[in-house]
Design a binder for this molecule. Structure first.
Ligand code: S3P
Length: 451
């Protein structure tokens, strides 16, 4: 197993209340689209150029794994990434172990890719990733004909013996998961006939969008009982394409909430992806009374994009509809920071999946908020946060448990609390949002190393 971050020493940081936040910033590229752009580039024939790729550790780990599988990947001095692919089914057996670090997306999507190649590959990750369930992708990929050997409970480290040609399947997703959907569709690229995924709760659709962009045939039909069936015609010839990656709405979320809860703030965030399957947080914050405007709405790289303008506002607690969870699944930790500053309870239900993320996020949020003097109630699948309509006490030392979004969310909360908030370790932030601390400091945030 790999050690977690390259730097062996935890990096505690302190966030304190200061003046209003002001400025005009851009956040790094979308993590989900970045992983997929590299993967499709590696499975296409010819050259794919990627602009705006997220250069966070998660995506770099996927790039490294794809290079070990035989794709040619290089970053130009102009920050444009070039991938020369090997064609569907054309990757080669990696010499070493594929270490996906902290990244569930990298691991699960590449398990789908490896399943569709006639060789053995070995997957591992950091302590957080090795705790996360892989059975949800192993099960359908086994049905398609791949074999897996691993520890009890279907967790990394795992060995995959792929097949040169898989069986196409029809599969109903037992959990709302874009990673599972994507792993099956990626495997289905190397299966003759139609691979069909039935999805009752819509999850992010970047895989479907990019499959079409690279030349695969994908049809999406509504299901009578709700949701839809996604059908991919296997064995297409994918052609290398340019991909422009929009700013990550999940990263923009931190600046959006910070500007909302620090009085007097006014912040603009340029070119953020606003795909409706990702925009649930913005809807929820608006229901709470947040002042968020989408300006210059346009399309870029096949995705809807806008510049976000956010001004501080008094927030009130809301009930977040459980059916909205897939469109804001990564945003509950930062919503928790907003909820702690709002007036009245915010009820988040139907969020059991959060226990299976980089950390058990219901637990890490509940513990962290309690350490900051915020009243919370936790059940196996819900969290209720009792905001008091004024600054929470703060003062806590937060255990981030190798979770980048918990680290960033509590730093944002510390900008609005009466006393500073300290996080035990900021190293994992680089997995998704390199430059987060500098960007926030540029807006005027008081975030500094613990002395
Ligand atoms: C992702 C899907 C989500 C999300 C993750 C990225 C993706 O995971 O939490 O950060 O890129 O497909 P699940 O599929 O497990 O819900």
């Amino acid at each position: 197993m790999s050690a977690a971050p390259a730097d062996p020493h935890p990096r505690p940081l302190v966030a304190s209340r200061g003046g209003a936040l002001h400025g005009n910033v851009a956040v790094p590229g979308d993590k989900s689209i970045s992983h997929r752009a590299l993967i499709f580039g590696a499975l296409a024939v010819g050259e794919t150029t990627i602009t705006g790729l997220l250069e966070g550790q998660d995506v770099l780990d996927t790039a490294r794994a794809l290079a070990a599988l035989g794709a040619h990947i290089e970053r130009g001095a102009d920050a444009v990434w070039r991938v020369v692919g090997r064609g569907v089914g054309g990757l080669s057996e990696p010499a070493g172990i594929l270490d996906l670090g902290n990244s569930g997306t990298g691991a699960r999507l590449l398990l789908g890719v490896a399943a569709a190649h006639p060789f053995v590959s070995l997957f591992t990750g950091d302590a957080s990733l090795c705790r996360r369930p892989m059975g949800r992708v192993i099960e359908p990929l086994q049905r398609m004909g791949a074999e897996f050997t691993g520890r009890t409970g279907g967790r990394l480290p795992l060995a995959v013996a792929g097949a040169g040609r898989l069986l196409p399947i029809e599969y109903r997703l037992p959990v709302a998961s874009a990673q599972v959907k994507s792993a099956i569709l990626l495997a289905g690229l190397n299966a003759p006939g139609r691979t069909i995924v039935l999805e009752t709760e819509p999850t992010r659709d970047h895989t479907e969008n990019l499959l079409r962009h690279f030349g695969a045939k994908v049809s999406i039909e509504p299901l009578p009982q709700g949701g839809h069936a996604i059908a991919l015609t296997g064995e297409p010839e994918l052609a290398g394409r340019p991909v422009a990656v929009p700013g990550d709405p999940s990263s923009a979320a931190f600046a959006v909430v910070a500007a909302s809860i620090v009085p007097g703030s006014a912040v603009r965030i340029g070119a953020v992806g606003i795909n409706p399957r990702r925009a649930g947080l913005f809807e929820t914050l608006r229901e709470m009374g947040a002042d968020i405007t989408f300006e210059n709405e346009r399309r870029s790289g096949g995705e809807p994009v806008a510049d976000l303008r956010v001004r501080a506002a008094a927030l009130r607690g809301v009930k977040v509809p459980p059916e909205r969870a897939p469109s804001m699944i990564d945003e509950y930790p930062i919503l928790a920071a907003a909820a702690a500053c709002a007036d009245g309870p915010t009820i988040m239900s139907g969020i059991g999946e959060l226990r299976l993320k980089e950390s058990d996020r219901i637990r890490t949020m509940a513990h962290g908020l309690a350490h900051c003097g915020v009243a919370v109630e936790e059940t196996p699948t819900s969290l209720t946060i009792h905001g008091r309509g004024k600054s929470p006490p703060g003062g806590g030392l937060i255990a981030t448990d190798l979770d980048h979004r918990i680290a960033m969310s509590f730093l944002v909360l510390g900008l609005a609390t009466e006393r500073p908030v300290t996080i035990d370790d900021a190293r994992m932030i680089d997995t998704s949002f390199p430059g987060f601390v500098a960007l926030m400091q540029g807006l005027g945030a008081a975030i500094a190393p613990r002395t």
